[in-house]
Write a protein that binds this ligand. Structure first.
Ligand SMILES: [Cu+2]
Length: 319
């Protein structure tokens, strides 16, 4: 048993590394085949394959550490603190940001195995350094996403890997499900993401079998949904339809999002919602598009019913 667990962890590690390597290769442009290197004046960036260098805007967020002149740089920080800065096109730390969803900076972190999700809001120092009590809650390779809008620029999400040393215990991704529990709440998901087109995802919150109708606004909405793609952690942040106080958006139990995932594959959804002056995060594994994601066939064999999983119907459904 123990050996099997270790092996599956190892296999997942390989998948993650392969995914990361693939992502880097894709972002750097296609590798030029040897037969095409006959030109004496090979210009860097003159890639073939129809991906012009300036087309990074079509990529999902969070895959790049540097985009449109802005770069995410972790900086040394005291134990227990996480610090970073964003440098701008002039190479200097950016100190002016627009407020988006109540904050000038949203820092989202998750381990490469998609465990340990946190969403926090650092404080900006006069020198352009952002600092926050470290959300990196244990050993592992973490992806840190900075989601911000530099004043005068467009919204950006930059991502960087940060390693926290220690004994690494890779966690397998939980199987796809349409219901989960967190902090005594049950959250159910209806709708399934479809690659390349907008899908409605509705998350419904209940507690002790009763619908929760007194959700509290959190960052200007009744919910925030982040989706991370397994393999490269492509980042998607969606806000719900309607806003608190607009006269038509109820404070639960349902919060509806319009989301478009960039490809078929397995995603982990993280729903932040606020109730009782505390923020709760409900997590779901979903499969978008064709059920061909290799990493998802391992959990499919574990069909043991769990008492709190509600309808344990996988989120993907060929009828
Ligand atoms: Cu935030």
């Amino acid at each position: 048993m123990n050996t099997a667990t270790k092996l599956s962890g190892f296999a997942l590690g390989l998948v993650a590394v392969f995914g990361a390597a693939y992502g880097v290769g894709h972002l750097a442009g296609p590798v030029t085949p040897a037969a095409e290197t006959r030109h004496d004046t090979t210009e860097p960036g003159h890639g073939e394959g129809g991906h012009p260098p300036a087309a990074t805007g079509h990529l999902p967020g969070g895959l790049l550490v540097s985009d449109r002149g802005y770069t995410l740089q972790p900086v040394a920080a005291p134990t227990g603190q996480f610090a970073f800065r964003i440098t701008g096109p002039d190479g200097r730390p950016v100190t002016r940001y627009d407020v988006a969803h109540d904050k000038r900076m949203h820092l989202i972190v998750a381990r490469r195995d998609l465990s340990g999700f946190r969403h926090v809001h650092p404080e900006l120092g006069a020198d352009g350094t952002w600092r926050v009590a470290s959300p990196l809650t244990g050993p592992g390779v973490w992806r840190a996403f900075a989601d911000f809008t530099p004043t005068g620029g467009e919204p950006l999400t930059l991502g960087v890997d940060v390693t926290v040393p220690g004994a690494l215990a890779e966690r397998p991704l939980p199987a796809p499900a349409t219901s989960t529990t967190v902090d005594g709440f049950t959250v159910t998901l209806t709708g399934a993401p479809q690659p390349g087109r907008t899908s409605q995802l509705t998350l419904t919150v209940s507690r002790d079998g009763r619908p929760v109708t007194d959700l509290q606004p959190y960052l200007g909405a009744y919910g925030h949904l982040v989706a991370l793609r397994q393999g490269d952690l492509a980042y998607l942040h969606v806000h719900p339809e309607g806003a608190p106080g607009d006269g038509r958006t109820p404070a639960g139990p349902a919060v509806t999002f319009s989301a478009e995932v960039p490809s078929a594959g397995t995603y982990r959804l993280f729903l932040d919602f606020r109730h009782g002056d505390a923020v709760h995060t409900a997590e779901f594994t979903v499969v978008a598009g064709d059920q061909a994601a290799p990493a998802s066939d391992a959990p499919a064999t574990t069909t043991a019913p769990t008492p709190d999983a509600g309808h344990g119907v996988p989120g993907h459904g060929h009828n």
